[in-house]
Design a protein around this ligand. Structure first.
Ligand SMILES: [Zn+2]
Length: 914
């Protein structure tokens, strides 16, 4: 009875999924189909028609001269007859428990499946009647999608609890629990606690189901049906996947081709099925009448013949002739796990701490291994010039393996104890490298699938160098989203490692080391600065923060806002009110305003078409996450990384707005189904190239995502937190908006004067949305103001608060500046700010960056003594050099020479330090 709630049913499948709208009785269609498709067929009856329907179908088939048998319990004899051809067709139920839908593994025999109706659940709305926890779960999962607001949150939590709890029970515990609930018996311990909680949920859900508005919502839902006012009918996607998957099984030459024909007996359930299968990108339903049956059957039978020949030894199963063995190396274990699951249930093992998954994909027996990030770094040993041997203008960087403390997680190099906690227990990337070498030796080809940017390229190169004596062939594969489609495409478009990217990353690291070490060393020498460190890029950024903070303090005062009798609120800006009697002065000014009149002039009303903003790049995502969600850049990037590795969004380190054809397809499908097809407008937003904007990989919004996870249809490598959902939500909305038509709005411009105090300002805002467009999904860029007309107005309200004309920067604003001024890049924005925080140069107060005393001293010291080195211009110039190296326009040795001169001459010359 274990219904495996958490089970993931996605697997490699090679099935043509066809649908058929019936033109005559369903039974007649089944007979026709079986006659046309021949032996090796499975016929599935939907659960809502009851188990007798299986017998009816089998009987009807027999009456038409087809050798069919009902298969409702596992019977070896029937299977043997099916395999040797005495039985042509087996008929069973389409449900997760049906012996015909699960566990049947006959790649040589099963050729197709026919569904005599959509696989469905029919669940009584009376929860006391024949209670079962599984029924409760399915019912709840379907009802949750009808709820909104707080009710949605509350019930999602209950659903999530139920799913987790049930999936942890053994089948015996589940049996006991269900019996106890039905018989109203008490249990003991944890099971009793669960029983109580389930009873509570059952009764609350019962009340919910009796509400008229909920019944109405079921009736009007595009995916659910209410039968006889007492039953809920909903699609069973898991049963469909399991049952249709019987036609496509793994064999030594790959996956057999299969055909599945779905007779649509209930359109709503069909829609529900499609929406649940949407996240499985390779399921595309086609109209059965458009399928070329002859050629498809030929293909199906070719596979079966190959299996038969292999079995009879007519051809020998020399695996290596049919499928190659490939080792795919990625950085993160989560990414490895996501990829492995695309191709069916993988086998997992570990070797020296490296998680390894074995599966098969396309023409490969695929082994996937995760390195766990960087494997080497510039050495800290006293070697050469800070880790780089310099000899006759030749530069040889020396690398050490990376160690990680088992006690505190600290990463270090070259030491045999953790510098942080002194523990001697650590893992060394050398062991991981050795494990990968071992795996590489066994593989025909090694594919390196590290992240698609310069850092990922450098890791790829490090690995390639380290394993090259052991590997037969090494290639680089690149994917910008962790989806099955993207990974499959990558397996067919291998390339060599891009050495220009690697060179750029090498000098970037050397520059960071040289400048950082030498500045820090000089600081230490000056005796005032013990234990402080500095770097090039951080310095101008720190300068902006300091400058801004100074401005903020200088321009502090009081902001007055007045509301006119026509409801318009106008800000008067900052008024400096200082000295003694401050409160009296403030009150006086307020009274003066209240007795004044405001004049509105030059009102211009125009209709305007406003376009959506482009989808996110890294800096824009960080800025909005900081502004809207109050997430720090570091948190944002960490969450984005995990969304990327879980396959939910495209690569999150990007400065491109471009939307690929796949991306446009995602938006189109979502808008057509959930908003309105006429609202869709394809927009590419950027130039070609491999890089793309940050966008969702599937047309699944946040509430659908929650639902798929709660129902156990989508299982991710890690549990999603509030932050994951929130970030996914803003990425999703911004992206969908970017593929929608413009909105038409009424914009008002006007001048507001208060003659008594000589005040004048221009205002602009939207007073009405005339025609919705992307505005349905995303807030328009201008604020909303009331409709106003010219004239003189009384001031009816005044309020004031401490404010400044400018505020200390938020982290998001600093990232925005970095991009505008060409300092830093998508992969370093967040790191630069987090270094400033870690070194205690800035602190975050109410989301704003406040410089510390130390920051002032160190910054003025650095700018006084090394103005050339740490200037914004110099930093930007180097950033440009790196970009040119990446593009192959500049020789990296030349850059290294210049860097060497810079550091050597300026830092180690005898100039006095002030
Ligand atoms: Zn430690």
């Amino acid at each position: 009875l274990n219904f495996e709630v958490g089970r993931r049913v996605e697997g490699e499948r090679n099935v043509v999924d066809a649908y058929l709208f019936p033109e005559k009785s369903i039974e007649e269609h089944v007979v026709d189909l079986v006659k046309r498709l021949g032996k090796g067929g499975l016929v599935f009856a939907p659960m809502d028609k009851g188990s007798e329907y299986v017998t009816t179908l089998a009987k009807t088939l027999k009456e038409h001269g087809i050798k069919a048998e009902a298969y409702t319990s596992a019977r070896k004899k029937l299977l043997d007859q099916f395999v040797n051809g005495e039985i042509e067709v087996l008929v069973g139920v389409a449900s997760y428990r049906s012996p015909l839908a699960r566990g049947l593994d006959l790649p040589e025999t099963v050729r197709y499946a026919v569904f005599a109706g959509i696989p469905k659940f029919k669940i009584s709305l009376d929860l006391r009647e024949r209670f079962h926890t599984f029924k409760l779960f399915i019912l709840l999962a379907n009802i949750v999608e009808l709820l909104e607001g707080e009710e949605l949150d509350e019930w999602s939590r209950k659903l999530s609890w139920l799913r987790t709890t049930l999936s942890r029970l053994t089948s015996e515990q589940e049996l006991i629990l269900n019996r106890a609930i039905v018989e109203n018996e008490q249990l003991t311990g944890r099971l009793e606690h669960i029983r109580q909680r389930i009873l509570e949920i059952r009764d609350q859900l019962q009340k919910l189901l009796e509400r008229e508005d909920i019944k109405e919502k079921i009736k009007t839902s595009p995916r659910l049906t209410l039968e006889e006012n007492a039953y809920l009918i909903t699609a069973d996607a898991v049963a469909y996947l399991q049952a249709s998957g019987r036609t496509s099984r793994m064999f030594i030459g790959g996956m057999t081709k299969g055909l599945s024909v779905l007779i649509v007996d209930n359109e709503k359930a069909f829609r529900g099925l499609l929406s649940r299968l949407k996240w499985l990108e390779d399921i595309q339903f086609v109209d059965f009448r458009e399928v070329n049956i002859e050629s498809l059957l030929e293909e199906i039978d070719r596979d079966r013949k190959l299996i038969a020949d292999l079995r009879r030894g007519i051809i020998s199963p020399r695996i290596r002739d049919i499928r190659k063995t490939a080792l795919l190396i990625v950085e993160s274990p989560n990414k490895a796990r996501t990829i492995a699951w695309f191709f069916g249930e993988p086998t997992k093992r570990t070797l020296e701490g490296v998680p390894i998954y074995d599966t098969s994909a396309e023409e490969f027996f695929l082994t996937i291994a995760a390195t766990g990030g960087h494997v080497v770094d510039l050495t800290l040993r006293d070697t050469g010039f800070m880790g780089v041997i310099v000899k006759d203008e030749v530069f040889i960087p020396v690398y050490s393996t990376i160690k990680r403390c088992m006690q505190c997680g600290y990463q270090f190099l070259d030491s045999d104890q953790c510098p942080n906690c002194k523990s001697k227990e650590y893992s060394d990337s050398l062991n991981r490298i050795n494990a990968i070498r071992e795996l590489a030796e066994e593989a025909d080809i090694v594919l390196i699938g590290t992240d698609p940017d310069t850092e990922g390229e450098k890791i790829a190169w490090d690995i390639a160098v380290l394993i090259s004596p052991y590997a037969k062939e090494i290639r680089r594969v690149e994917f910008h989203e962790v989806t099955r489609k993207a990974v499959k495409e990558a397996l067919h478009s291998m390339r060599d490692i891009d050495l220009n990217l690697v060179k750029a990353q090498i000098i970037r690291r050397i520059e960071d080391r040289w400048i950082g070490f030498s500045l820090t060393e000089t600081l230490w020498k000056s005796r005032f600065f013990k234990k402080v460190s500095a770097g090039r890029v951080q310095t101008p950024v720190l300068g902006w923060i300091l400058e801004r903070y100074k401005e903020y303090k200088k321009r502090k005062g009081f902001n007055f806002k007045v509301t006119l009798e026509n409801n318009l609120t106008v800000s008067l800006g900052i008024h400096k009110i200082t000295g003694r009697r401050k409160d009296e002065k403030l009150e006086e000014f307020k009274q003066k305003l209240l007795s004044s009149k405001a004049v509105i002039e030059d009102v211009k009303v125009k209709e305007d078409t406003i376009n959506p903003p482009p989808p996110y790049t890294t800096d824009e995502m960080i800025r909005d996450a900081s502004r809207i969600l109050r997430l720090s850049p570091e948190e944002t990037m960490r969450i984005a990384q995990s969304l990327f590795e879980a396959g939910l969004i495209t690569y999150h380190r990007t400065d491109s707005h471009r939307v690929s054809t796949t991306g446009i397809g995602v938006a189109k499908s979502y808008i057509e189904e959930n908003i309105d097809a006429s609202m869709f407008k394809a927009r590419v937003w950027g130039e070609g190239g491999a890089h793309e904007c940050i966008r969702p990989t599937r047309p699944i919004d946040t509430s659908m995502l929650k639902r798929l996870i709660n129902e156990g249809i989508l299982r991710l490598p890690e549990k999603l937190s509030w932050g994951h959902y929130a970030l996914y939500d803003i990425i999703f909305k911004r992206f969908i908006a970017s593929q929608m038509i413009p909105g038409k709005v009424k914009v008002i411009e006007a001048t507001v004067k208060i003659p008594e105090i000589n005040f004048e300002t221009k205002i602009e805002g939207i007073c009405q949305i005339i025609e919705e467009g992307f505005t349905k999904m995303y807030k328009p860029p201008l604020k909303m103001i009331p409709e106003i007309s010219e004239g003189e107005y009384r001031i009816v309200d005044v309020f004031y608060f401490r404010a400044s004309e400018v505020y200390p920067y938020t982290e998001g604003e600093v990232v925005d500046l970095m991009r505008k001024r060409g300092i830093g890049r998508p992969s370093t924005y967040a790191a630069i700010i987090s270094i400033l925080k870690k070194r205690e140069y800035v602190r975050c107060r109410q989301q704003r960056l406040i410089p510390t005393q130390k920051a002032y001293i160190v910054y003025s010291f650095l700018t006084k003594n090394f103005s050339d080195m740490v200037s914004e211009e110099r930093t930007r110039l180097l950033e440009n050099y790196m970009r040119k190296v990446e593009e192959g326009e500049l020789d990296y040795i030349e850059v290294l020479k210049e860097l060497y001169r810079e550091v050597y001459e300026k830092v180690y010359s005898e100039q006095p330090i002030r």
